[in-house]
Every structure is written in C-alpha cells, then in structure tokens.
Design a protein around this ligand. Structure first.
Ligand SMILES: CC(C)(COP(=O)(O)OP(=O)(O)OC[C@H]1O[C@@H](n2cnc3c(N)ncnc32)[C@H](O)[C@@H]1OP(=O)(O)O)[C@@H](O)C(=O)NCCC(=O)NCCS
Length: 173
C-alpha cells in the first residue's frame, strides 16, 4: 500500500534539520500539533536540539510533513519523538521516516535504540514492531492526563539495530 501512495506523493525527501531558525521551528511545531494528541510546545521542540540529538525531517517537495528526533550517546539511541501530519498518516511515510532515523542512529554508532510509547497507540506499536522493537517494561501513568483524559501507562521498548534487515533502513536525501 505504502509505496503506491508514495509514488503519488513524490517527490519525498528526508533531511537532517540542524540549528533551526524561528521559521523552521514553527514548521516543526505545526507538524507536532497536527500529528500528536498531546503536542510539545515550540519551546519544547527548540530545547531538544543539542549536540547529542538529531532531527530528521520528512518533506513533500518543500513542505515539512513529518519529523523524528533521536538522542545518541555512545552506542545507545533514544527515539524522543516521531510524527507525520495527520492528513499524510497511514500511507507508509512513518515507516520511511523511522527507517531513515534508525539508519542515522547506526551511522552515529548506536547499536540499540530505546523508546517509550502509549500502551494504546496501536499504529505506533505496529510500526515499532516491524522495526524490531520489543516491550521491555511498563511505566505506570507515565503520560499525564490532559483535556479530561486520564493518565496513561507507557511501554518501554528496545530494538537491536544491528539485527535490522537493510531493506528496512533508508538513507537521508
Ligand atoms: C505513528 C506514526 C508516525 C506512523 O506513521 P504512519 O505514516 O501513519 O504509518 P505507516 O503508514 O508508515 O504505517 C506503519 C504501520 O502501521 C500500520 N497502520 C497504519 N495505520 C494504521 C491504522 N490506522 N491502524 C492499524 N495499523 C495501521 C501500517 O499498516 C504499517 O504496518 P505494516 O508496516 O505492517 O504495513 C503516525 O501515525 C503518527 O504520526 N501518529 C501520531 C504521532 C504518534 O503516535 N507518534 C508515535 C509516538 S511518539
């Protein structure tokens, strides 16, 4: 399903975003608000940029339609966030973005990647499963309730990046 839709959506590109100015931070924030039920603020996004983090943007022509942020320290990576604008979800783009993000982790020397995810987030769990992530534990009430919603548990997950089939990975550009 994904590749047929992606041809229609071409040209897609995956690019590293560094030292974002206010305009790029605003684009990231717009994606964040479109993708996530409990979005980061613009300041949260700005604060993730550091020496150890990388932000990978997914572009449709020149429009930013998704991004992921990783933190890599020595041989361990953590996926801080990944999201695709709501109108582009379910088209295989999350797979493409995660494939490029994990490839970047490997290139930076990480052999394992960790993350947390809402226990109810079936699409993300499906995506992570495909990329070798397995559940390593549960964090009780990790996500605070907001907008009348109760708190929610997180699964902690880990993937051994050295075992990923190359066809799941994807270079930037
Ligand atoms: C999670 C997210 C990044 C996935 O990206 P996406 O482009 O929507 O997903 P894809 O189309 O690449 O599909 C990924 C997998 O989920 C499956 N999937 C997609 N939509 C689905 C749905 N509504 N229900 C069940 N499975 C679904 C796909 O079939 C695919 O599995 P496959 O590889 O076995 O075929 C995206 O949906 C998103 O931004 N969600 C909101 C933010 C979020 O939850 N981020 C993760 C936690 S931080």
């Amino acid at each position: 399903m994904g590749s047929r839709h992606q041809k229609r959506l071409a040209p897609l590109s995956l690019r590293l975003i560094s030292n974002p100015d206010h305009e790029v931070l605003t684009q990231l924030y717009q994606v964040e608000v479109s993708a996530h039920q409990d979005p980061w603020t613009l300041d949260d996004i700005a604060a993730t940029f550091s020496d150890n983090t990388r932000c990978i943007g997914l572009y449709l022509k020149e429009e930013l339609i998704g991004f992921a942020v990783i933190c890599v320290v020595v041989d361990e990576a953590e996926l801080y966030t990944i999201g695709v604008c709501k109108k582009y979800q379910g088209l295989g783009l999350g797979r493409k973005l995660l494939g490029a993000t994990l490839q970047e982790c490997l290139q930076l020397g990480a052999t394992r990647c960790f993350l947390e995810v809402r226990v109810s987030n079936e699409v993300a769990l499906h995506l992570y499963d495909r990329y070798g992530f397995t559940i390593t534990g549960t964090r009780k009430n990790y996500y605070q309730g907001s907008g009348g919603n109760p708190p929610e548990d997180a699964f902690t997950m880990m993937s051994d990046l050295t075992q990923l089939p190359p066809e799941l990975l994807c270079d930037l550009a």
